[in-house]
Write a protein that binds this ligand. Structure first.
Ligand code: FAD
Length: 678
């Protein structure tokens, strides 16, 4: 006879076995979620040659993408390569393939790489393995025909480092570049135009170097849209904008991960607060409760928030394309190319796609305007959109500089007449997928184990009648106002209940992105923190970490922490002003804060001025092994701070600026000078 204990053990074992086998079903055997909407089903093929052969493809557009731009360009390029040159193109995530047999690739296969550089000259998360392979294992690939377009930001020191590296390395390995290397600059805001110029050169090279013939571009959909009149939005199988398939089918909250960029955790915003005291500017502090889940973070990580579009922008989009009657209807997508994944789970409602899956609010490209022109509601609108789509200067003046999104631009061109004949499937392919927004976590995992704080400045601009609003930050502001009943200074409102009420009680899908922005492992190491504006977010986390360390141990010896912070005015936008005195009280002499108020005196004072005014001390701290951390605006502040540190080292140590610059670069290599800038 089995006694009670045996039964418990057997039941536990049975449950463990069941869990072990079911977890591969739920999360995939690599621990990733089953969130990608793979059209062909089954195990994904990692052998590139087999994949090309099986799907009769003769070219590949690879992408290394962090925020979705490189991926979006890869899709656009692939579509044109197919319709203009008849190429059968595989669009490939660099993370999805092994590259060991690249040297056996067919000589006629063309490779296009769309590769972004992230942070301090690093590869994007999905390209890390590929660059490791390139650095350490790649053999000669003389059979490879390739071209590269790099996506970067010239305000960063290592501008387009990954694109350039890939280009050089492939040439070194004997590959043949059939079209010029190109690069786009987000820093100058010319990414789209740079991509278009490179694409034209690339197409010329396809004609002259590869002898391909160019045909008139004809729209060929990659998906078939099938309306589902028998389904309604409340049916269990129908997506209302859930982040992935798992969430569509579940009826109770999912609290067990792994949670990642494919499978977010739907976290409750347990508290939120307005941080600025200003009639025109806003900054939201929001706290995400992780406690019911197994989601973890460590101090210095980033939180990715998966936003939805505002009611105002959804409404305008629906009006622009005459979708009023369709908004609640359900359709299914079928992929017409087995290698192209569905961009979201279906069956789904029209409105859910617009609200949760398409980047409808941002700026539009000249190319998008040109490609939508054939569907214009009248000849005049068609002529105008063709002209604007072809004329760089006119487009800049009438569309780009006015900060119009797609619906704004089209209604402006057609003088208010809706564009009813644009196929919805065309819009799905034209518009980039709505991407998560990243925030530097402002809490410490030591003091707040199961809560993540973020500090987000609300992005909004009023231009007469026209409001230009950031997607995620205005969503956070809507939550803050709705949660606290604060004065209503919202620029946009949202469906806070989310798909089938799954975001009720102020919930949002989030995942944690591991970062390399980390405190020194030895707490006695001095740290110099530079974080003006919301750049203070991770600095607050670091200081809270040191406070928690001190509270947890009587014997710990903390190194000095100096925080250089900057804002406009003490009584307007001084973030966490009530907290700093308490940190100073607990940390005593080991903490000091130096604040630059840029608008309180006739001469503007910035963090770099404050750093320079303490040159001797900063240099001594660096000589004693201090780490420097810089967070915030990448375009100017980070560069100015670095110039200041170089000047201090050069002056204080009486060495040339070039030598001081080399020293700072070596500090970066040793991770003693870390930047978290955006
Ligand atoms: P988006 O919708 O992404 O819009 C971006 C900008 O474009 C906005 O200024 C918006 O007003 C403007 N815009 C909108 N529509 C148009 C149009 N049609 N034409 C032209 N312009 C338009 N931010 C913080 O506040 N705090 C942080 O701690 C923080 N940490 C970050 C950490 C990392 C690693 C990164 C990469 C970024 C970080 N950011 C942080 C920036 C943040 O991710 C977002 O970019 C920012 O909050 C804006 O998001 P949004 O969705 O509101 O704006």
């Amino acid at each position: 006879m089995l006694d009670k204990l045996d039964l418990i053990v057997i039941t536990a074992l049975a449950l463990a076995v069941a869990y072990y086998y079911s977890k591969d079903f739920i999360f995939g055997s690599d621990g990733s979620s089953n969130a990608g909407f793979v059209a062909d089903g089954g195990e994904e093929e990692r052998d590139l040659l087999v994949k090309l052969e099986q799907n009769k493809k003769n070219s590949v557009v690879f992408y290394g993408s962090q925020t979705g731009t490189a991926e979006d360009y890869a899709h656009k390029l692939a579509r044109e390569l197919h319709s203009k040159f008849g190429l059968n193109v595989l669009i490939a995530d660099l993370a999805d393939y092994d590259f060991d047999n690249l040297k056996d690739l067919d000589l006629n296969c063309l490779m296009f790489f769309m590769v972004a550089t992230y942070g301090e000259g690093e590869p994007t998360d999905n390209a890390v393995e590929f660059f490791n392979w390139l650095d350490n294992e790649a053999d000669q690939v003389t059979n490879l025909k390739f071209t590269v377009f790099g996506l970067g930001n010239s305000t960063y020191e290592f501008y387009n480092a990954m694109g350039a590296k890939l280009n050089d390395k492939l040439e070194l390995l004997g590959a043949e570049r059939f079209a010029p290397y190109g690069q786009g600059d987000d820093g100058l805001g010319t990414m789209d135009e740079d991509f278009l110029s490179w694409k034209e050169e690339c197409f010329d090279s396809l004609k002259s170097n590869v002898n391909l013939e160019e045909h008139e571009l004809e729209y060929e959909p990659s998906f078939q849209l099938i309306d589902q009149p028998s389904l309604t939005s409340s049916d269990e199988s129908v997506s209302n904008g859930e982040p992935n398939l798992t969430y569509v089918s579940c009826t109770s909250p999912i609290t067990r991960g792994p949670f990642d960029h494919l499978h977010p955790y739907i976290a409750r915003v347990s508290q939120s607060k307005e941080m600025f005291d200003s009639p025109s500017r806003s900054c939201v502090h929001a706290e995400f409760d992780l406690s019911p889940s197994n989601l973890k973070y460590s101090t210095g990580d980033h939180l990715a928030i998966w936003p939805s579009n505002s009611n105002e922008n959804v409404g305008k989009f629906i009006h622009c394309f005459g979708l009023e009657e369709k908004r609640g209807l359900v359709f299914k997508l079928k992929t017409l190319d087995s290698t192209v994944q569905l961009p979201f789970p279906t069956p789904i409602t029209y409105e859910a796609v617009i609200r949760h899956h398409l980047e409808i609010s941002g700026p539009i490209s000249r190319q998008a305007l040109k490609s939508i022109a054939p569907f214009a509601p009248n000849e005049a609108a068609k002529t105008t959109s063709m002209r604007l789509g072809s004329d760089k200067l006119e487009f800049a003046e009438n569309i780009h500089d006015k900060k119009l999104n797609l619906a704004d631009a089209l209604l402006h061109i057609s003088e208010g007449e809706p564009w009813k004949s644009v196929p919805f499937v065309f819009l799905i392919e034209l518009i980039a997928s709505l991407q998560p927004r990243y925030y530097s976590i402002s809490s410490s995992s030591l003091s707040e184990k199961s809560v993540i704080h973020v500090t987000a400045v609300v992005e909004a601009e009023i231009r007469g009648e026209h409001k230009v609003t950031g997607v995620a930050t205005n969503l956070l502001k809507d939550i803050e106002v709705s949660q606290n009943g604060s004065p209503d200074v919202r620029f946009a409102t949202y469906d806070l209940d989310g798909p089938k009420g799954k975001f009720k009680e102020f919930r949002l899908p989030v995942h944690v992105r591991r970062s390399t922005f980390k405190l020194p492992s030895n707490p006695s190491t001095p740290i110099i923190l530079v974080g003006p504006g919301t750049g203070v977010a991770p600095m607050r986390a670091f200081i809270r970490e040191r406070v928690a360390l001190l509270k947890n141990s009587d014997t710990i010896k903390l190194g000095k922490s100096i925080l250089f912070y900057g804002c406009r005015r003490k009584d307007e936008d001084f973030l966490y002003r009530e907290e700093w005195p308490e940190y100073a009280r607990v940390l005593g002499d080991s903490f000091e804060m130096d604040v630059a108020f840029s608008r309180e005196s006739s001469q503007k004072v910035y963090v770099q001025d404050k750093i320079l005014s303490r040159a001797k001390e900063v240099n001594l701290l660096l000589e004693s092994g201090a780490f420097i951390y810089v967070c915030g605006d990448a375009s100017k502040m980070a560069r100015d701070v670095q110039t200041t540190i170089v000047k201090i080292i050069s002056d204080e140590r009486s060495i040339s600026p070039e030598k001081a610059g080399d020293l700072v670069r070596s500090l970066k290599v040793q991770n003693r000078y870390q930047e978290d800038v955006w």
